[in-house]
Ligand binder design. Structure first.
Ligand SMILES: Nc1nc2c(c(=O)[nH]1)N[C@H]1C(S)=C(S)[C@@H](COP(=O)(O)OP(=O)(O)OC[C@H]3O[C@@H](n4cnc5c(=O)[nH]c(N)nc54)[C@H](O)[C@@H]3O)O[C@H]1N2
Ligand SMILES: Nc1nc2c(c(=O)[nH]1)N[C@H]1C(S)=C(S)[C@@H](COP(=O)(O)OP(=O)(O)OC[C@H]3O[C@@H](n4cnc5c(=O)[nH]c(N)nc54)[C@H](O)[C@@H]3O)O[C@H]1N2
Ligand code: SF4
Ligand SMILES: [Mo]
Length: 734
């Protein structure tokens, strides 16, 4: 690595050599007055709350939730209130870091050295093993503009074929379910639906913890709604519900088919809607004839009367909304389960009207953006790599040769991981995700990272579990340090803004991608991605004619002034005249060519790893508190948020199980699966049923235990089912 020892010009010189615009991205933009208050979308969850950030002497000093905003109505959760704190954490990556050889420590290098190392490393992998041997893994937590630039750079500029995002861990199931049922990945709802329903059904969704402001919207519902929670655990959300069904884990599919069976038996079907707007109902009706309530009761562990009551609640609602999150998506049969909920909405005509819908709640701040604009397994703008017309359109908009666009969609995250194991993938570029903590069966994943010839991690922090294994760390700016747009759960585009420069030499991901493009020599191919706002114009053009058409939005200023705009907003839309909240399918037309939605269904399948004598408990995992975010690289940096989170790593276990194992409350225990083990304090609580335990995902050890199985259609990992044992420590284990 001779180039490493060469001393090198400062960052500014490197930036000066890049195309106009990039050089300025490291600076606070002049358009913000030094004492301004400016509003922007929160950078954590998909709710997309608007925050007013208050500036003094040109620096952000604190923030308050925006009062007159359609999303959060003046509210924010603890993470939003504390959003500025993690930006000044001591472990921010402030310079590029390079590992001179395996086993050596990471060392600071200049940007010029880092870029040369990046280009040499990627070239090396591609020359030795072919262009496809280099892959990337990205995120739902950077703006659309950065996602799109990355996807175009990697796939059109650098010859990569395989690239996916952490949204595979999160949203892939909903994407597949919607595409098959509606003809496009289109969550139909608007948050006002939470306030307009008379029956709200939350399936595998712990709204009170994971989406506290959406939960507040439920609390504002003036119609005295039935709030139904379907979750094996008695969660905080279940405690606030009017009905809770603690079904056996992964028995949802049978339950929802059983509910459909009852609705049909009672003729509680909207025949007119079904006849006019759907296909496949009769086949579905004969399929669910095999799911009588006694059969369903036995499969779900619920009483027959419970199944009937749940069905009667849905039948009795005028405006029924069905909402789901990770309890559905992260399942071995997530797609069919999500579609079972979609089927219920279709057969009862609960879609397209206020307070209705089959509604997938998204997770990360820009999960919805990554679904449409990341260029990972979907071609930019919700297009299809395998469709020649899609490729021609995208090439035309970008002004590039159609042959630069791969004709295949590339591997999903789990296939990329398998590709590392089989030696097909030799280099990996990881952007804004921390897989060594969050990927399923993380011990194996972390070992696989060590096998790579070249691992690049681009993150705000050099201390993440993944960055610690990198050959090269590229220091990234975070939320509040760069411009762009996010798309929230209700399809609303909103802006984020640069308030402060990133620390040290950290740069916006956008600028890093541009620098790489320049060094690689493919920057001319990326002319349509000149600046974030120019890229937004490109995204508009890419979206034209798609269900997610945003070509009618003028630009950032208009988005900002409007407090965000929901798609669709095609050219010719009078943005000022749009309702503050809008839902899809009011006209009953879906996105399939014939305008009709599809009933999709299939018999339930067994879980990948049933419990047995050696591993008698089902491990459930998920969010632990409203003050913790995923792998905690950001939230753990705030003393306030740390105070609000549990001090100890806990495993929740039912009192009867604890008693039987001789485990006293607070005792340290070992939780063990076939793949790994962790120590945790026993939190003895009736919120979990017998035979189940729950561990929050925020602990780095949790995914040592999880079982790497995926839904066959969406390839989303089934994080919420593994067989584990719980025992007192014997002293021998780690
Ligand atoms: N505070 C906080 N908020 C967050 C996040 C965070 O890390 N922290 N992350 C964000 C992201 S990216 C996401 S995806 C969302 C996730 O939001 P949620 O999906 O609401 O959160 P989870 O806790 O992962 O899972 C929800 C519930 O699924 C239940 N569940 C498990 N197995 C089953 C089953 O078989 N059937 C049913 N019906 N339910 C089951 C679990 O018991 C759990 O209560 O949260 C977002 N919001
Ligand atoms: N057991 C279990 N595991 C799970 C889940 C579960 O329920 N159970 N849930 C899954 C789900 S739904 C999700 S979404 C994933 C999340 O898993 P991850 O994506 O791995 O989690 P994060 O901690 O959000 O990681 C984001 C990383 O991006 C960095 N970052 C933040 N902003 C920026 C930026 O602007 N630029 C750059 N370059 N970096 C940035 C952060 O520092 C952090 O390291 O976890 C999954 N893992
Ligand atoms: S609910 Fe989500 S978007 Fe709103 S403040 Fe909290 S983390 Fe941010
Ligand atoms: Mo997620």
């Amino acid at each position: 690595m001779g180039w490493l020892r060469r001393t090198d010009g400062p960052l500014t010189r490197e930036l000066a050599r890049t195309p106009a615009g990039v050089g300025e991205l490291g600076q606070v933009p002049a358009r913000l007055a030094p004492e301004a208050t400016t509003r922007m979308v929160c950078g954590y969850c998909s709710t997309g709350c608007s925050l007013d950030v208050h500036m003094q002497a040109g620096a952000p000093v604190n923030l308050t939730p925006t009062v007159d905003h359609a999303v959060n109505l003046g509210m924010a959760c603890p993470k939003g209130w504390e959003a500025l704190t993690p930006l000044s954490a001591h472990d921010r990556a402030t310079t590029p870091l390079w590992r001179p050889r395996r086993g050596a420590a990471l060392e600071p290098v200049s940007w010029s050295q880092a870029l040369e190392g990046f280009v040499d490393g990627v070239h090396g992998v591609q020359q030795r093993h072919g262009a496809e041997a280099m892959a990337f893994l990205s995120t739902g937590q950077i703006p659309c503009e950065e996602m799109a630039l990355l996807g175009a750079l990697a796939k059109f500029g650098m010859g990569m074929v395989h690239g996916d995002g952490n949204t595979r861990q999160c949203m892939a199931t909903a994407v597949t379910a919607y595409k098959e049922a509606f003809g496009f990945d289109a969550p139909p709802y608007t948050y006002a639906d939470f306030e307009q329903s008379d029956v709200i059904v939350l399936v595998g969704s712990n709204l009170a913890i994971a989406h506290p402001i959406m939960w507040q919207r439920v609390a504002r519902n003036p119609h005295d709604p039935e709030i139904v929670v379907v979750d094996p655990r008695r969660t905080e959300t279940a405690m606030g519900a009017t009905q809770h069904y603690a079904l056996a884990p992964k028995s949802d599919l049978a339950l929802w088919y059983g509910v459909a069976n009852r609705l049909i038996a009672w003729d509680a079907i909207d025949r007119d809607f079904v006849d006019a707007h759907t296909r496949g109902f009769d086949a579905f009706a004969s399929f669910v004839a095999d799911y009588p309530p006694e059969h369903v009761a036995q499969r779900t562990g619920l009483a027959r009367a419970d199944v009937e009551r749940l069905a009667a609640t849905i039948a009795g609602g005028e405006r029924v909304s069905l909402w789901w999150t990770m309890g559905v998506n992260q399942s071995h049969e997530g797609v069919r389960t999500a579609q079972a909920l979609i089927n219920l909405a279709l057969m009862t005509g609960n879609i397209g009207r206020p307070g209705t819908g089959a509604n997938s709640i998204t997770g990360q701040c820009n999960a919805m953006g990554s679904r449409l604009f990341a260029n990972t397994t979907n071609l930019l703008g919700g297009h299809d790599f395998t469709d020649p017309a899609s490729r021609a359109k995208v090439a035309g908009v970008l002004g590039i040769d159609e042959r630069s666009i791969p004709q295949r969609s590339g591997w999903a995250y789990d296939q990329i991981v398998e590709g590392i194991a089989s030696g097909h993938i030799r280099g990996l570029w990881v952007i804004a995700t921390n897989g060594a903590h969050s990927w399923i069966n993380s011990t194996e994943y972390a070992d696989l990272l060590e096998r790579l010839d070249f691992l690049v991690v681009q993150d705000m922090y050099a201390t993440t579990e993944t960055a610690q294994r990198a050959d090269l760390v590229l220091p990234a700016a975070g939320w509040g340090e760069k411009d762009g747009t996010f798309i929230n759960s209700e399809r609303r585009l909103g802006v984020i803004k640069q308030l402060a420069p990133a620390p040290g030499q950290a740069l916006a991901d956008f600028a890093i991608f541009k620098l790489i493009a320049y060094r690689w020599g493919c920057h001319e191919l990326l002319a349509a991605f000149d600046s974030p706002e120019a890229t937004f114009a490109t995204l508009k053009a890419l979206s034209r004619g798609q269900p997610c058409d945003i070509s009618g939005i003028a630009g950032y200023e208009e988005l900002d002034a409007a407090g965000g705009i929901q798609w669709p907003a095609p050219a010719g839309t009078d943005v000022g005249a749009l309702a503050a909240e809008r839902r899809l399918f009011a006209d009953g037309r879906f996105f399939h060519a014939d305008g009709r939605a599809r009933f999709c269904f299939e018999a339930p399948t067994p879980v990948a790893e049933p419990t047995d004598e050696g591993y008698p408990f089902v491990l459930l995992t998920g969010r632990g508190s409203s003050s913790q975010w995923h792998t905690q690289t950001r939230t753990a940096k705030s003393p306030v948020l740390r105070q609000l989170a549990p001090a100890d790593r806990c495993v929740e276990i039912a009192p009867a199980d604890a008693a039987q194992l001789g485990i006293a409350a607070g005792r340290e225990v070992v939780v063990e699966s076939r793949r790994g083990s962790m120590r945790a304090r026993a939190f003895v609580t009736p919120t979990v049923s017998r035979g189940q335990v729950f561990v929050a995902m925020h602990d780095p050890e949790t995914n040592r235990l999880t079982n790497p199985s995926v839904d066959p259609y969406s390839r989303q990992p089934a994080y919420k089912h593994a067989a584990v044992a719980v025992r007192l420590p014997t002293g021998g284990e780690r």
